[in-house]
Design a protein around this ligand. Sequence first.
Ligand code: HEC
Length: 169
Amino acid sequence: MARRALVVAFVLGVATPLAAAAAYTLLGLWSVRAATSPPWLEAVLARHALHLATRRQALGVHNPLPDTEDTLAAGMKVYHDNCAGCHGEPGKPSHWGTANLYPAAPQFSDHPSSLSTAQMFLIIKYGVRYSAMGGWDGELKDDDIWRAATFLSRIRTLPPAVATTWNPR
Ligand code: HEC
């Protein structure tokens, strides 16, 4: 009797949802539109998978650059020249990065990333699959990627000389 209950629980709890998900996919019913948000379960699973993978891969990776004014000023320039088109600047959010784009590009000036500098380095260098965040490996030198990541990690606590250029308001 207990075994039968186990089989029923397995069929209802695991096999049926998996078969339903497979059928949904194979019938082409899964929406792939960037202009709409996905069902919450898909969004939660994808976000968790990304954060867990990034956290694991960043273990033992350390920023080789000092957290100085020079590094932050250079990181701001890398960001301005390459990233602001999608991630925006103070008072200038990116329309392209936020409208009809899923996942939207975070607007760091208003919503700094909660990732560590090493986690950001890995995301910038290798990108995020199935998103508009491409990998900058080969496009930017590793040092410039570290500079941009260091800048983003200090975006709310920049030294005055860098802060006034970043946000002259
Ligand atoms: C074409 C648009 C585009 C450009 C250009 C771009 N990004 Fe992104 N970026 C994105 C999108 C979209 C995401 C969100 C990916 C996701 O959540 O899966 C993202 C995510 C990130 C993240 C992760 C933030 C977090 O908290 O999860 C970092 C860090 C980042 N980008 C830094 C940069 C830097 C630095 C540059 C320039 C060297 C850059 N990006 C250029 C679109 C872009």
